[in-house]
Design a protein around this ligand. Structure first.
Ligand SMILES: [Zn+2]
Ligand SMILES: [Zn+2]
Length: 324
C-alpha cells in the first residue's frame, strides 16, 4: 500500500495491488438493435448539420449551408447536441452560455479510433478543428472543451463513435487550477515529463510524449503531450493528424491489455485569454467504478502500480507490428 498525491492535478490515490485480485476488466459493448441516430440515413433523428466533411481522394472537404442539413453524403458530421449542457439562445443569467456540438466521426457504426483508416482520421480532425474555429469566432467564448466518451461505462449514450465540443464563457475549474500552476511554474509540464522519465512511467516518445501519471484516477490512465511547449495543439491540423496517428496506436495497445474497455479522453488546452499553457490530453480507461470510498474520501484506489502499468503498455506497444 502506498499513498500518492500528484502536485499537478492535486489528486490523491492509494496504490493497493491486493485489491487487484478481483479484476473484471472486460466491458463488452453489447450492440443494441435499436435504430442509431448517428448512422448515415438517419440524419433526421438529429438536429441539422452545422458542417460536414467529405473525403475526396486524399483531400478532405468541409461543407456548410442548407443543402447539407440532413444530407446522408458525409464522412464526419457536426450538429448541435439535442440535449445541450450549454446554450447560446437563453438569456437567463443562471443558464450557462455556450455551444455544445457533437461530431459523428465516421460513417461506420462499430469502429473506434484505432480501427480508422488514414482518411477517416483526417476527416475527423478536419471536422473537429473546423467547428472549434467557428466556435472561437464568438468572442464571448473563453474556453473550448473537447472530450470523448467511448463505451457505456464512460458515459456514452450512443455507441456510434462521437466527440463532444463545448465552447463557453466558463473556464472549467480544472483548467483554472492548471492556469494557476502554469503561471507560477511555466515549465510545469516539462517537470512532469522529467519525473515520468526518471520514474520510468514514459510509454512512448518522439515529438509527442505519452506517460502514466504519478497518481492516476484509473490504472492504465495515460497522458499525451508534445515535447516542446505548445499552447493549443488543436489549432494546428497537421500536428493533430500526427497526434492522432500516435493516439490510435496507444488506444489499440490499451485494448490489447484491457479488452474492449470503455474510456474517456479530453484535451486540456489554453483558454483564449491565456498563453502560458502546455496542452495535454488525458486518457482514462474506465476499469474502476467509483464507489462510496472514492466519492466520500476523495481519493481513488489504484490496483496496478503506475510504473507497472507503464512497463506493460510499453512492452505491448513495442510488440505491435505497426512499429516495426
Ligand atoms: Zn450508428
Ligand atoms: Zn490537465
Amino acid at each position: 500500500m502506498e499513498i500518492r498525491k500528484d502536485w499537478f492535478t492535486g489528486r490523491m490515490c492509494i496504490v493497493s495491488e491486493a485489491r487487484g485480485k478481483r479484476p473484471h476488466y472486460f466491458s463488452e459493448v453489447i450492440e443494441q438493435k435499436t435504430l442509431c441516430p448517428f448512422c448515415p440515413g438517419n440524419e433526421k433523428m438529429t438536429p441539422k448539420a452545422e458542417l460536414i466533411t467529405k473525403i475526396k481522394e486524399n483531400n478532405i472537404e468541409v461543407e456548410t449551408g442548407e443543402e447539407i442539413w440532413y444530407s446522408s453524403e458525409w464522412n464526419s458530421r457536426v450538429f448541435e447536441n439535442l440535449y445541450p449542457a450549454f446554450d447560446t439562445q437563453s438569456d437567463s443569467p443562471n443558464y450557462p452560455y455556450g455551444y455544445h456540438y457533437l461530431i459523428v466521426e465516421t460513417r461506420s457504426h462499430n469502429k473506434d479510433i484505432d480501427e480508422y483508416g488514414e482518411n477517416e482520421i483526417k476527416s475527423y480532425i478536419e471536422a473537429l478543428t473546423s467547428i472549434k474555429r467557428k466556435i472561437e469566432e464568438n468572442k464571448k467564448v473563453k474556453y473550448v472543451s473537447i472530450f470523448r466518451n467511448y463505451g457505456k461505462e464512460a458515459g456514452a449514450s450512443v455507441s456510434h463513435a462521437h466527440t463532444q465540443i463545448i465552447g463557453s464563457e466558463l473556464i472549467p475549474p480544472n483548467i483554472e487550477r492548471e492556469m494557476k500552476i502554469f503561471s507560477e511554474k511555466p515549465e510545469a509540464m516539462n517537470l512532469l515529463i522529467n519525473e515520468a522519465r526518471v520514474q520510468e512511467r514514459v510509454i512512448f516518445e518522439d515529438d509527442f510524449i505519452a506517460f502514466v501519471p504519478f497518481a492516476p484516477i484509473s490504472p492504465f490512465e495515460f497522458w499525451i503531450t508534445s515535447r516542446n511547449k505548445v499552447v493549443d495543439i488543436t489549432k494546428d491540423s497537421e500536428e493533430m493528424l500526427k497526434l492522432f496517428n500516435v493516439f490510435s496506436k496507444l488506444i489499440f495497445t490499451m485494448k490489447k491489455i484491457l479488452g474492449n474497455v470503455s474510456y474517456n479522453y479530453y484535451f486540456h488546452i489554453a483558454p483564449s485569454s491565456f498563453s502560458n499553457f502546455h496542452w495535454h490530453m488525458e486518457v482514462i480507461p474506465r476499469t474502476n467504478i467509483y464507489a462510496g470510498y472514492e466519492l466520500g474520501f476523495g481519493a481513488t484506489i489504484i490496483t496496478t502500480k503506475p510504473e507497472t502499468a507503464a512497463s506493460t503498455i510499453k512492452q505491448t506497444l513495442s510488440s505491435n507490428k505497426f512499429l516495426s
